[in-house]
Design a protein. Sequence first.
Length: 341
Amino acid sequence: MKVYAFKQADLEKWVKSWTSTHKVYRAATQKSETCGAHAGWTEMTDGTMPPCGPAKSSVKTFYFPQPETMATFSAKKEDPDGLLMENQETPEEKQIVFGVRPCDGRSVELNNLPYVDDPFYQANRERTILVGFSCTEQKATCFCTQTGGSPYGTEGLDVALSQVGDVFLAEIITDKAAELVDNGDGLTEASESEIAELTSLRQAVEENPGHDESLKAKEMTALHGAPFWDKVAESCLNCGACTFLCPTCYCFDIQDEVVRGQGKRIRYWDSCMFPLYTLHTTGHNPRGKKVQRVRNRFMHKLKYFPDRFGPFSCVGCGRCIQECPVNIDIREVMVDLLAVK
């Protein structure tokens, strides 16, 4: 892995040089900037630095576009092929997402566990270059170290940028990011002392890696039947904001839409917090009560997913805490689960 050093002015020139060969996105700082295809993100034309902390919208919009056409078909009576369905070709053009925080980079790797065989996710992953930014300061709602992450983490990123003193260091992590170095005026290989200082910053971060293992050891039925769920669910509005903002919520619905005989099979984001999500055609709903849906969301993040794949399905970005209209805090739920005997 190559590590380069440069000044902020050189970084801004470097980032701007990408815009001539790639579509480059950064987090939008106001609603008027938002790009329609990627809510919460805007296409870059200069080297503007990213805002502090995680962007309001996660990077999952670049891997699970909302909406996403999966196939097309004809519904015209006169069409000799009838309802012949053709799979939608996935785009190949490269895109760069700049200023991604380590929690969002890690979410890409976590989502890859259940979606390893999804051709649309994999195609978008292959064509997307994530340029991450270490967090020198964190918001009050950030808790990445409690879920196995780090403000200096590199998991899921292609390039990791960190500020060390008055210089920036760029770690070129993947082969697909190596092409960006060719446009890097002012880049020089980092010195051993600069790399050692970055390593020291990483090692100074306190981590709490044992929570997922502690919850794995607990009985599923004990956690499922814990008495605190009614209290957690009491204030929940089932608005679904937490799931749409969460970088590791990936539930979807598929609908066929036909306009003037031309049909599309479209994948939309969906939410386990909505009653309709689990409604059967018979009218039966296994999670018809609010408390059942609230419990399922947290159990999936903190128990079901870890039991199946290993890590929490949560990166500690804090978006759900920050945006919840009734102040439900996943960190408090985690403490309650750990206290279950």
